[in-house]
Design a protein around this ligand. Structure first.
Ligand code: ADP
Ligand code: MG
Length: 316
C-alpha cells in the first residue's frame, strides 16, 4: 500500500473559465472523483489538496460588488474567504467521491478539514506581495481602496488594478494530528485547500489569519512530508513537464533527477506562478527522504503515470 498526496490543479475543478458556475464545478468534480477512487481501488491511501484561485476570487468579488452597492455590506476578510472556498470545494469533492465510492461498493468515508497553515510572519514574501486576488478596478477606484483599506493594489498587465497579497511558504499545519488520525483510520482526507488558510503565530501562542495565499503545490508538499507519504502526485493541465516550453525545440521530460531539475530551474524553463512552484515542490519532496518521489501529470493520465508509462517523475 502506498500513501499518496494528490495536488489537484484548477482544471480538476473548473475546466473552463467560461463556466465558473457551481453546477459546472460539481460536474467536473465527478470526473475528478473517478481518478481519485481509482487510486483507492488500487489500494492506495489518498490525501487530497486542491487549488482555489478562481473560487476564492469569486467569493471576494461577490463581497466587493455588494460593498460597492451599499457600504453597510462589509467585505469579508481574505482568510475568511479562503476558509469559505475550502468548504465550497470540499463539499463538491466529498459529494462526488462519496458517490463514486458507493457506485463501486467501496466502504470508505471522505472528509474535508478546514485547514490552517502556519506561515512565518517574517517570511520575506510579506515585503513583496505578488498574488492578485479579486476584481479589477480603475485607477481612481484603486487609489480610494488603498486609502480606505490599506490594501496593496497593482496594475495587472494593462487590464486594470487589482489587490495583491503575499505568498509565504508553509511552515506547519495546525490540524495535522486530525489529518493523520483520519488517514491512518482508512478515510480519504481533503486538506489544505487553496494551500490552507494562512495563519501566523503570535507571541502568546495564539494564531491569527493573514491576508496571503500559500501556493497549493507547496502546501501539498508540506502535507506529504508531514504525513510521511510515499508519493506526491501533482495533477495539472499538462501530461509532462517540458524544457524549452512554448518553443520549437520543446522537449517533454519523463524523468528528472533533483540535480537536473535544479539546473532547469536556474535556466528558467518553468514559468513562475504555474510550473515553477510544482517543480520546486517536487524537488523538495523527493529530496526530503530516500524513496520519496513526485509525479507531475494530467488528471486523465494518473493510472498510466503510476505504471510509469507517462508523466514526469522527479526523484533522487
Ligand atoms: P494548476 O492549476 O494545475 O496549478 P497552472 O496553470 O498553475 O495549473 O500550472 C500548469 C501550467 O504550467 C501548464 O498548463 C502549462 O501551461 C504551464 N507551464 C509553464 N511552464 C511549463 C513547462 N516548462 N512545462 C509544462 N508546462 C508549463
Ligand atoms: Mg497553479
Amino acid at each position: 500500500m502506498s500513501r499518496i498526496v494528490v495536488a489537484l490543479g484548477g482544471n480538476a475543478l473548473q475546466k473552463s473559465s467560461k463556466d465558473v458556475s457551481a453546477k459546472a464545478q460539481l460536474k467536473n468534480c465527478k470526473n475528478t472523483a473517478k481518478a481519485i477512487v481509482n487510486l483507492i481501488e488500487n489500494n492506495n491511501e489518498v490525501i487530497v489538496v486542491h487549488g482555489n484561485g478562481p473560487q476564492v476570487g469569486q467569493i471576494v468579488s461577490t463581497y466587493e460588488g455588494m460593498n460597492a452597492v451599499d457600504k453597510s455590506n462589509l467585505v469579508m476578510p481574505f482568510p475568511e474567504c479562503g476558509a469559505m472556498s475550502q468548504g465550497y470545494i470540499g463539499y463538491h469533492l466529498q459529494q462526488s467521491i462519496r458517490q463514486e465510492l458507493k457506485k463501486r461498493d467501496i466502504n470508505k468515508q471522505v472528509a474535508s478539514i478546514v485547514t490552517q497553515v502556519v506561515v512565518d510572519k517574517n517570511d520575506p514574501a510579506f515585503n513583496n506581495p505578488t498574488k492578485p486576488v479579486g476584481s479589477f478596478f480603475n485607477e481612481d477606484e484603486a487609489k480610494k481602496i488603498i486609502d480606505e483599506k490599506g490594501y496593496i493594489m497593482k496594475e495587472d498587465s494593462g487590464r486594470g488594478w487589482r489587490r495583491v497579497v503575499p505568498s509565504p511558504k508553509p511552515k506547519s499545519v495546525v490540524e495535522e494530528d486530525i489529518v493523520r488520525t483520519l488517514i491512518n483510520d482508512g478515510h480519504i482526507v481533503i486538506t489544505a485547500g487553496g494551500g490552507g488558510v494562512p495563519v501566523i503565530e503570535k507571541e502568546n501562542g495564539d494564531i491569527e489569519g493573514v491576508s496571503a495565499v500559500i501556493d497549493k503545490d507547496f502546501a501539498a508538499e508540506k502535507i506529504a512530508e508531514i504525513m510521511d507519504a510515499d508519493k506526491l502526485l501533482i495533477l495539472t493541465a499538462v501530461e509532462k513537464v517540458a524544457i524549452n516550453y512554448n518553443q520549437p525545440n520543446r522537449e517533454d521530460l519523463s524523468f528528472m533527477t533533483i540535480k537536473e531539475a535544479e539546473k532547469y530551474i536556474k535556466e528558467g524553463h518553468f514559468a513562475p506562478g504555474s510550473m515553477l512552484p510544482k517543480v520546486k515542490a517536487a524537488v523538495k519532496f523527493a529530496d526530503s527522504l530516500n524513496g520519496r518521489k513526485t509525479i507531475i501529470t494530467a488528471l486523465d493520465k494518473v493510472e498510466e503515470a503510476l505504471m510509469g508509462k507517462t508523466g514526469t517523475v522527479i526523484s533522487k
